[in-house]
Each structure stands twice: as C-alpha cells, then as structure tokens.
Design a protein. Structure first.
Length: 142
C-alpha cells in the first residue's frame, strides 16, 4: 500500500463540481487487483448531513482528489461513502473507490468542445485549452 496526502476534495454533481474545505486528508492506494483506493477527508462538520445521506443511500459518486500538491491535476475516482464520524466540530468521511482513467479522454473532449463551441483560434484557443485543463470544468455531453 502507498499513502499520499489529500490536498483538495471535490464531488461532481450533475454538471457542476462541489468543492469542500478540507482540513486534512489522506489517500491510500491499496495496490490490490481491483485497484482500490481509500480516501479519508477531515472536514468541518457543517456538511455532515450531506455525507450521511449519501452513505445511507449508498450512492456512487465521482470524486476528484488532488494528491500531494495543489499544482497536480485531480484524480477522478468512482467512490462511495464508507463511513462518516463527527469529531468535535469536525468530521471524518471515509470513501472507498476506484480510479477513473480519463486524462486523455478529457483532453480530447475539451479540445472538441472549444473548437466546436467557440470562436477561439490560434493562441487564444491554446490559452483557453491550457487554462481549462488546469480548472477541469465539467463538460456537458451533447
């Protein structure tokens, strides 16, 4: 197993991305045959009802995790909430998930989106592509 620092946590909801104020976190690659990852997010307890509802409904989520450094691209995982525990005015949310390999797929979709959906050309197109590859906005399927 390998353990890394979780520095940013986002959950994809429909066509938007929800950011959470992470107090601390870690992510573990179990290095098993199923490519399982475990995330523990330590968050303010104000969103505990949100996570308990997801846990009770056994909802699968698309979770985006930035690992080790804010400069890194987020890793996308399909995950579910395994456990939610309040600790004082904070909470621990434990996720179990599987890595979603989408880096090249996303770049191709973004470029297609920019070329077909905007009037950008040349350096403006390149600049928009670079900026959106960093921000990774949710692209609507046509």
């Amino acid at each position: 197993m390998k353990t890394f620092k979780l520095v940013k946590l986002q959950i994809v909801e429909n066509d938007s991305i929800r950011d959470f104020n992470l107090v601390d976190g870690l992510i573990i690659n179990k290095e098993d045959e199923k490519q399982t990852w475990i995330l523990e997010a330590f968050l303010p307890a104000e969103k505990i009802d949100f996570f308990k509802r997801i846990q009770q409904n056994r909802e699968d989520l698309e979770v985006r995790a930035v690992i080790s450094s804010e400069r890194n691209d987020p890793a996308s995982l399909f995950a579910h909430v395994h456990d939610v525990r309040q600790i004082g005015d904070k909470m621990s949310v434990l996720f179990t998930g599987h890595l979603r390999n989408q880096r090249n797929e996303y770049a191709e979709e973004l470029l297609d989106h920019l070329v077909s959906g905007s009037d950008l050309e040349g350096t403006d197109l390149v600049h928009a592509f670079k900026e959106q590859m960093k921000a990774k906005p949710r692209l609507k399927k046509v």
